[in-house]
Design a protein around this ligand. Structure first.
Ligand code: ADP
Ligand code: MG
Length: 336
């Protein structure tokens, strides 16, 4: 039986599990707009991401996991700003309203929304190719957001978690020959699926790094490419700083080490997209405090390099050899 647009919204989205009460939400879904109260002394941070079928996720992706990925990548942007979630809005376009798909999608969203205390505030539902747009709203103490600008030569470069797993997962799903999938065990498959669809929330890390990081972002297009954004944004008096990265310090998981072809590992860790880990620059005086804070949160936090005064990205090998790095992240519209 066909669902009307409004039944669909009521049944799967404007539900008490997804659009749950929260002190800052004055009005959730159901009116022409939602109302949120920004806590006193705080600023509103907004970030939006669209995920299109066959571009950002494989066709026929599991709706539960897809929903989680869509919300988590948006929360990742809030985390990168050092913001705490207030709620999110959802624009969903889909070819047809299929009850099983919607139920799973709604449950996937709710699990993350509840865990991250980020209720659904409203949205828009339309018919069209499958596409999910989420806008996450968060708050940060006035003037304390972590920006891409502010990195200075001498700052250390740190990343949370591990690099390259999501890109390795994509190779696995697309049966790329650079990924060895012979006799994969269930745990490996689970780790990869999780890396791609359920990136770790770094909200708490971002909050802890607010007063410590000179600059930061979340890695979505690949470390090398995203680090360039920090360096560009941090130029001062017309001079763009550079960075040195230590090849043997790049944190990679066991499954990555076992399965990605050895000659591809460094490149994939540096340029593979979809990590959704934080990359932050930390001035020397704040390093210890930042490391202690991450340890308390039980979040891996690895010093992978330093900001330098010479422009360009240089990878320093274990043997001390240096090579200039071209950024090779994913850019939409750059390929025909
Ligand atoms: P309008 O016609 O005023 O733009 P809509 O008909 O698009 O409003 O939406 C009606 C209500 O349902 C709004 O409060 C909107 O936020 C909410 N809504 C629509 N789609 C979704 C969705 N996918 N998730 C949550 N709320 C939604
Ligand atoms: Mg209206």
């Amino acid at each position: 039986m066909a669902l009307t647009e409004f039944e669909l919204i009521r049944r799967y989205f404007a539900t008490s599990t997804l659009a749950f009460d929260s002190p800052d939400v004055i009005l959730g879904p159901g009116d022409d707009g939602a109302i949120i109260a920004v806590p006193p002394g705080q600023q509103l941070v907004m970030s939006m991401d669209t995920l299109n079928e066959a571009v950002h996720f494989p066709s026929g992706a599991d709706p539960f996991l897809l929903a989680q990925r869509c919300l988590l990548v948006n929360l990742s942007d809030l985390a990168a700003m050092g913001a705490e979630p207030l709620g999110f809005t959802l624009a969903l376009s889909m070819p047809q309203a299929e009850a099983g798909w919607l139920q799973a999608f709604s449950e996937g969203l709710a699990e993350i929304a509840v865990r991250e205390r980020c209720p659904l505030l409203g949205g828009d539902t339309t018919k069209g190719p499958l596409s999910v747009t989420i806008q996450a709203h968060g708050s940060v103490p006035a003037g304390q957001a972590i920006l891409r600008s502010g990195a200075r030569p001498g700052d250390a470069i740190y990343v949370t978690g591990q690099l390259g797993d999501a890109a390795a997962a994509l190779w696995w799903m697309l049966k790329d020959e650079r990924f060895d999938d012979t006799l994969m065990d269930g745990a490996e498959e689970q780790a990869l699926r999780q890396a791609f669809y359920q990136p770790e929330s770094r909200i708490q890390a971002g909050i802890a790094l607010r007063y410590l990081a000179s600059a930061g972002l979340d890695i979505s297009d690949g470390l090398a490419s995203d680090l360039q954004h920090i360096l560009q944004a941090s130029s001062k008096d017309g001079r763009v700083p550079g960075a040195e990265l230590y090849a043997d310090k790049l944190p990679c998981s066991e499954v990555f080490r076992q399965r990605v072809r050895p000659d591809q590992q460094e490149a994939l860790a540096l340029s593979g997209g979809d990590d959704y880990e934080l990359c932050v620059c930390i001035p020397p005086h704040a390093e210890q405090t930042a490391c202690d804070a991450m340890q308390q949160l039980d979040i891996a936090f690895t010093r992978i390099g330093e900001v330098t005064s010479t422009a360009g990205l240089v990878v320093v090998g274990a043997d001390g050899g240096r090579s200039a790095l071209q950024s090779a992240g994913y850019l939409h519209f750059s390929h025909p």
